[in-house]
Write a protein that binds this ligand. Structure first.
Ligand code: ATP
Length: 261
């Protein structure tokens, strides 16, 4: 059974550029972003605490929305779940194959060809060489990039890179899907195809974690939600309860698809 268990996870980024006291003060008072603090060691460098003491358990069957203001820590948390960031403190315990459908260029090499990047991104995602080779033809077909697959990635547009990244990430049925907002950058035809594949995965994936500001998307896709404020989890419950909590602490005027965060 798939699961994601996080215990007291901390992630911080040093801000070497930040030397002025007044800018630091203004940042500390900001309603967006992670908490600004001082690194306890090493010359007291200023840090942004992107995640602070994050603990939660997602179990098989969970569809969870990550909700929070700009810079709250949602993408950082997704990156921790994808193994892109190693937390400075705390434990990450994940059972199941993870497919991150964001940071689509990670693991890819600009000077390598599309075909080579299928292998590189596949290895980066934790697939074996054998698994990738078995799927390579289908992946190439799904991208519809044809002869471009023989050219280096630097010659691709953003949308072409997204086609390649998406095709590799979804080459096998993952247990855990990680998404940041919706997919973008693909053209209409590819987005329709990608969304159809995503829908199929959506029903089969054991756990889905979606970071989003769209109330409609959150309500459509998830049953549970985690609210993050300045890197800390402040609520973890049903979507209804967490959205109500969020509205309470950050009220907005409502309109058709009320942005969350
Ligand atoms: N590479 C980095 N270097 C320095 N600070 C970073 C870095 N990545 C993220 N941060 C900081 O960490 C905090 C959390 O950022 P993160 O991208 O996780 O927020 P988010 O909730 O995904 O925001 P948004 O809704 O705007 O996408 C922010 O204050 C951001 O400035």
């Amino acid at each position: 059974m798939a699961h994601i268990h996080l215990t007291n996870v901390h992630v911080s980024f040093p801000l070497y550029e930040l030397t002025g006291r007044s800018l630091k003060k203004r940042l500390m008072a900001s309603s967006t972003g992670g908490r600004i603090g001082a690194e306890p060691t090493a010359k007291r460098t200023t840090i942004v605490q992107a995640l602070e003491d994050v603990t939660f358990n997602f179990e098989h069957g969970d569809r969870v929305a990550l909700i929070g203001h700009n810079g709250a820590g949602k993408t950082t948390l997704l990156r921790v779940l994808a193994g892109i960031y190693e937390p400075a403190l705390g434990q990450v315990n994940i059972a199941g194959q993870v497919a991150p459908l964001f940071d689509i260029g990670l693991g890819m090499e600009m000077e390598a060809t599309g075909y080579d990047n299928i292998l590189l991104r596949g290895l980066y995602l934790g697939l074996t060489k054998r698994e990738i080779k078995r799927q390579a033809h289908d992946i190439a077909e799904f991208t519809e990039l044809g002869d471009f697959l023989n050219l280096p990635l630097r010659t691709y547009s953003l949308g072409m890179r997204m086609r390649l990244g998406f095709a590799v990430s979804t080459a096998i049925q993952p247990d855990i899907l990680l998404l940041d907002e919706g997919l973008s950058a693909g053209d209409a035809a590819f987005m329709a195809k990608a969304n159809a594949r995503l829908k199929e995965f959506w029903n089969k994936a054991a756990i889905i974690v979606l970071a989003s500001h769209s109330e409609r998307l959150i309500r459509d896709m998830c049953e549970k939600a985690v609210l993050i404020e300045h890197g800390r989890v402040v609520a973890s419950d049903t979507v209804d309860k967490v959205l109500a909590h969020y509205r309470h602490i950050r009220p907005v005027q409502s309109h058709e698809d009320t942005p969350v965060g």
